[in-house]
Write a protein that binds this ligand. Sequence first.
Ligand SMILES: Cc1cc2nc3c(=O)[nH]c(=O)nc-3n(C[C@H](O)[C@H](O)[C@H](O)COP(=O)(O)OP(=O)(O)OC[C@H]3O[C@@H](n4cnc5c(N)ncnc54)[C@H](O)[C@@H]3O)c2cc1C
Length: 500
Amino acid sequence: MTDTEVRPDRADRAVEHFDVLIVGAGISGIGSAHHLREQCPDKNFVILESKPSFGGTWETHRYPGTRSDSDLYTYGYRFKPWTGAPIASRDEIVKYLAEVIENEGLGEYIRYRHTITSAQWSSEDKYWTLTAVRSDTGEQLKFTATFLWMCQGYYRHSEGHTPTWEGMDHFAGRIVHPQTWPDDLDYVGKRVVVIGSGATAATLIPAMAADCAHITMLQRSPTFFFIRSNSNEVADMLRELEIPEEWIHEIVRQKILLDFGQITQLALDYPELAREELLKPIREILGEDFDVDRHFNPRYRPWQQRIAVIPDGDLFAGIKNGKASVVTDEIDSFTENGILLKSGATLEADIIITATGFDMNVLGDIDFSIDGVPLDFANTITYRGMMFTGVPNLLEIFGYFRASWTLRVDLIGDFLCRLLKHMQELGVSVVVPVLRDEDVGMELRPWVDPEDFNPGYLTRSLQLLPRQGDRQPWRHAQNYWVEKEDLPTADLDDGTLRYD
Ligand SMILES: Cc1cc2nc3c(=O)[nH]c(=O)nc-3n(C[C@H](O)[C@H](O)[C@H](O)COP(=O)(O)OP(=O)(O)OC[C@H]3O[C@@H](n4cnc5c(N)ncnc54)[C@H](O)[C@@H]3O)c2cc1C
């Protein structure tokens, strides 16, 4: 089928066909569209997005103070300089993405309010047929696409993860999840308890502290944080020298990557040293009388979970000046006026915020099938953490945990465009990862090794996710520093990709 061809569907309405269909207009989908346009300009494509606007994570999350937890020099794309402070607010990130869409004319390729519900591969036709439901009209539409570029992110956007605690129904105040923040929430002068210790809690608390009567971070166990000033000396110095922003972006990216690579390696090789380095500035801010070990010294090794940057230590400044506090305990139950803790203590609250994380979604909660047989991704093995055995013409972007997600968007964008060009040279239209004889029976491991990285949302869902093997290209390396060397030179004819 050619680029522009349309076919009648059963209801005789035209079904549009695309060479590539990108699912999701978050930072991955927008970056992927850029790479496709730049490197494969002859491919026609569309982006289908269920929300009314672009941004994904940055469209969904609107709680006070929503910001990045890694620096925007590396979280920004390699092709669009970041010119602000390293840690950016939601609005700044949305503005950055809007500029990419505007400058590159990507707006015309995005169809909003289209939720894809099913994707069916036909080996006979050699394309996917997708059903999308329009959230504004309820209409069901069909599309066909030769290649599916899945940029659906890793968690369900419709609602966050809220555990059930006894007595929740009796609480007289409001219970709010940060992912679905109500516009009308008035917290001025109120007593607020934030359940959770991750990046979201650490962001919300300094943003709300000045307005609340008091805000308490209630955590079962501590999390590592990385205190850094929200400025970058190298960037500031280069700007003073009036160096072009493109150069500054690249130099600062390389410097941050070098520094982070070293810090990550230190955490892996000398976890106790890394632990002390992370705790030192917290001890300095909170002073000798504060029990840093109880509240901020995690049981796990540094980097077994993502480490959020706390710009200028704002969370700890709030605790120091008494507007915020931290309680490390377990919830027994909710009461009418707050929370009863397992220690027997109580926390009075007008508002309880459950910063308890996400529920993962496996490839956009879409019902996939291949030649009529339902596809369960848990039964597949991943090809380099982006494609799956037995699943033709489909690639997903799953970014890095220990480095900025977007670094992988750029690397995979290059990889897929190289693969599409290779297929064109071979005169084929289908690619599917298959185990070689020597790979059959290899040891299979979870999508991410829980020993290596184990946040709650991931461990709760590992059984739903594809597995990885014990060798390349069946590993999901989750390592930018390895993949930046491996992916550009990956052999596309090593027998693990079958073409047709
Ligand atoms: C508050 C917050 C801060 C974060 N900060 C950082 C950070 O600083 N650095 C970092 O590396 N990571 C950070 N992350 C992780 C973040 O999710 C990723 O960095 C990144 O935003 C993921 O982008 P994405 O485009 O892949 O997915 P998402 O942002 O999740 O976007 C996916 C899009 O796909 C759409 N979609 C999904 N399923 C379907 C479907 N079936 N049909 C149609 N559309 C669909 C969704 O509506 C959504 O718009 C943060 C996460 C949160 C929640």
